[in-house]
Design a protein around this ligand. Sequence first.
Ligand SMILES: [Fe+2]
Ligand SMILES: [Fe+2]
Length: 265
Amino acid sequence: MDHPETLTEAACAVLNSPAPAEKVVLSHRYAAAWRDGGLGAIGSARPPERPARLAKPALKDPRDMPRRRGAGSLANRIALLHAVAHIELNAIDLAWDLIARFAAPDLPRAFFDDWVAVASQEATHHALVSARLAALGSAYGDLPAHDGLWQAAQGTAHDLLARLAIVPLVLEARGLDVTPEMIEKLRRQEDAASVAALETIYREEVEHVAAGERWFRFECARRGLDPVETYRELVRRYHRGGLKPPFNRAARDKAGFAAAFYENV
Ligand SMILES: [Fe+2]
Ligand SMILES: [Fe+2]
């Protein structure tokens, strides 16, 4: 699909491209095309069950990942940045998958505008962190990575509400909780460029959680469901590990994600 003509075809083209650098380039290209009207219609192209990936990094079960402590050495700093690069690559695919999988004629244009903007920001995030890995003499793919994010995606592939509850409102919200500590570790290493990359990510992830909250409420309203009760029920059903406090209340508040959703689930 060299020249997608609809938004869902564009989403599938990113999902079906194995090389991370190509996912980044295409995400920016299609986001610009969507904004400029170059992708006229939503269309109805179906996403693959799993996005295309290169042979590396090797994917492991989350339980089999090697432990890392702190970012006290260069190797640990590379491990931290590699883990973030992997999350951001998954985030690119998750945004396009959301668009293609749940595209429906009765969703407003603003829904697609939001998730296309998210996809483009995730592409920037992956590129920022990959550039830091390169500067430190490493590259995305050099270390193993875990498959937890795509497992979460597959577990919620049948329902937009479940997907929104688990991806932006559990996983991306969790990113807001843990990123300040990563930034502090990198600051102690005097790695100002990596600090700057993670600060950009942290700032923009607030918007992703905000978009998740907005569209979760929208979909609950359409189905006549109470958002807080529905979220708590979906988390219990689809996120068996439970939510991990402490929560970053300030960042979650900034995203408009009220504590009533996530406290004491
Ligand atoms: Fe991101
Ligand atoms: Fe995100």
